[in-house]
Every structure is written in structure tokens, then in C-alpha cells.
Design a binder for this molecule. Structure first.
Ligand SMILES: Nc1nc2c(c(=O)[nH]1)N[C@@H](CN(C=O)c1ccc(C(=O)N[C@@H](CCC(=O)O)C(=O)O)cc1)CN2
Length: 293
């Protein structure tokens, strides 16, 4: 974290400052996603990557239109970085990206930022998760998020509600976290039970604490391109970060994105178009027909 950012944090907690604090969670979640993608890759392929990462700044990814809301310094250029990518060129051969090592680097950097924030501002960021129901996959994702917070010194809070609770009970949890000054980021773990109006609940999250970037205004601002979402969905930003940190040139490329979910496919397409001027072909998904380039 840059000196300027420390000073900003030490100042009174304005709305803007809270957004800066909250972006830390966003980046932790991104690191977690990278780690799990990398773990899956490693299991499947059983290989370590051999190429050096070329660059490492999320603000570079976003460009001037999408500045990172947290004003952090570039990671130390002098550090010897482990190899990141296997595969000699980016032509027709498959390239394996070492997401695990990139994620480790991001986590270390965030831990340092949290430490500096604690000494400068006297408090650490707080992430609140709302988990409804007992889906095993959701429970394990939330466990990873909590563990990720612990590892870097972020305070985590959990509101766990039964699957048969009412939508208003979920709304109450969101409101409580919105009002809690020790909470800077809020995640409502998806999917929610079918009887709930997901959009209503996501819209209730304070824009400045919407670290998932799923609030309709944040999604809309990303789609409009000329506007700045406060947060981006972490899985999508993780995909972009992995590509960029691996030195894969994206500017102006033709890209096919597989999937169009709100969590990954759609925001990846929007990000590729907005920050890299990519031509994205209609997202391939389970209803796609015909041939795509
Ligand atoms: N509030 C949110 N809810 C959900 C999100 C989210 O980002 N915010 N994303 C998913 C669940 N999820 C994290 O919460 C998540 C899902 C999948 C992965 C992942 O890395 N998948 C790998 C496979 C990993 C494996 O099989 O071991 C992959 O798809 O290649 C990370 C996070 C929905 N809910």
C-alpha cells in the first residue's frame, strides 16, 4: 500500500475511503479464486509452469477507465518470481498458467497491506459473508473465503441462515452489515434458495461494500464501459489477471468466452471489451448452436 493510501486510511472514514478498504476483500477473493483454479489445473496436468510472469498490476488490467479502488504500489520488481507459465509460445499450443504461484504473491502483498493499515489506521478490514442454506459447495467456498481472510489478517464475519428462512431475514442480515462500520465488504454467497429474489437482495448491499460487484449498478456501469464500477466480480478479474500476469497479449484480440454467467462469463466478456478492446464472440453456453471463429 502506498504512503498516500495509508494517509487516506488514517483519515476519517468517508464513503470513498470505505470503498478503498473494501477493495482489499475483492482482491483476496480474486486470489482465492486463482488458487482454486490453479489447484484444479495442477491436479489435472500435474506440471509446474516454467515461464516468468511479466507484469503485475491490477490497475494496468483495468486501465484508466477502471482504476483499482485501492491505491496500492506495484509489487516489488526486484523480487525473484517463481516461474508462472508453461509453454513456449502463445500460438496454437496450450499454455498452462501457474495461478497458484500468482495467488501466493497476491496474498503476501495483501497481508502486507493489512499490516500497514493496522499500524496506520488502527483497524483491519472486515468482510461479512451471508450464507443461506446448507449446500456443501457453497459452505466450502465460504470456508475458503474465511480462511483466506484469516491468512492475511482480515476480520471475517458470517451470517448463516437456514434454507427455509424468509427473504426478509436475509435482507435484515444485509442491512445489519451495511450499517456495521467494522464491515467494509459484504458477500451474499450464490446461489440463493429458489424462493428468494436474488436481484432484490443483491441490490440491498451498499454499493461501497459490494465487493462481489454483483449490485445491478456495478454490473451496469461495467457494461456501459464509459462508467466506473466500484468493484468487479472477482472470478472475472482473476481470469484477466492470470492472462495479463502471464504476459499474454490481449489488446484487440478476438476472444471466445465459454459461459455467460453473471459470476464469470458475462463480466469476463465485458472486461475484455472494455479494457482490451477485444472482439468477443457471443458467449458459448449450453444453448449455443452453430460455429464460432
Ligand atoms: N457471492 C458469490 N457467490 C458465488 C461466487 C462468487 O464469486 N461470489 N462464485 C461461485 C462460487 N465460488 C466462490 O464463491 C467459486 C466457484 C468455483 C471456483 C473455481 O475455482 N472453480 C474451478 C474448479 C475448482 C475445483 O473443481 O476444484 C473451475 O471452475 O475451474 C471458485 C469459486 C458461485 N457463487
Amino acid at each position: 500500500m502506498g504512503g498516500a493510501a495509508v494517509a487516506v486510511l488514517a483519515a476519517a472514514a468517508t464513503r470513498h475511503n470505505r470503498a478503498r478498504l473494501a477493495s482489499l476483500f475483492y482482491r483476496v477473493a480474486r486470489g482465492l479464486h486463482e488458487a482454486s483454479v490453479a489447484a484444479a489445473e495442477e491436479e489435472k496436468v500435474g506440471t509446474r509452469s516454467r515461464r516468468r510472469r511479466r507484469r503485475s498490476s491490477s490497475s494496468l488490467l483495468l486501465g484508466p477507465d477502471f482504476p483499482d479502488t485501492w491505491d496500492h504500489p506495484p509489487r516489488a520488481a526486484s523480487r525473484t518470481l517463481p516461474p508462472r507459465v508453461a509453454g513456449a509460445d502463445y500460438g496454437c499450443t496450450a499454455t498452462i498458467i501457474d495461478g497458484k504461484s500468482i495467488a501466493e504473491d497476491i496474498r503476501l502483498h495483501i497481508a502486507e497491506e493489512v499490516c500497514q493499515m493496522k499500524s496506520a489506521a488502527g483497524h483491519v478490514p472486515g468482510l461479512a459473508v451471508v450464507l443461506v442454506g446448507d449446500r456443501r459447495d457453497s459452505e466450502s467456498y465460504v470456508r475458503y473465503k474465511t480462511k483466506g481472510c484469516e491468512e492475511v489478517g482480515i476480520k471475517s464475519l458470517l451470517a448463516k441462515l437456514p434454507g427455509n428462512c424468509t427473504e426478509d431475514e436475509v435482507m435484515d442480515s444485509v442491512s445489519r452489515f451495511n450499517e456495521d462500520p467494522s464491515v467494509h465488504g459484504i458477500l451474499v454467497q450464490l446461489p440463493l434458495p429458489q424462493h428468494m429474489d436474488e436481484e432484490r437482495i443483491l441490490s440491498a448491499i451498499s454499493l461501497e461494500k459490494d465487493v462481489d460487484g454483483f449490485h445491478p449498478l456495478n454490473v451496469g456501469n461495467l457494461a456501459l464501459r464509459s462508467r466506473k464500477p466500484l468493484f468487479l466480480p472477482c472470478a472475472a478479474k482473476a481470469c484477466m489477471e492470470l492472462l495479463l500476469q502471464s504476459g499474454i497479449e490481449l489488446m484487440g484480440k478476438h476472444v471466445t468466452v465459454i459461459g455467460r454467467s453473471k459470476v464469470v462469463g458475462l463480466p469476463v466478456s465485458l472486461l475484455l471489451q472494455a479494457s482490451c478492446h477485444c472482439q468477443c464472440y457471443p458467449c458459448l453456453h449450453n444453448k449455443s448452436r452453430g460455429h464460432y471463429p
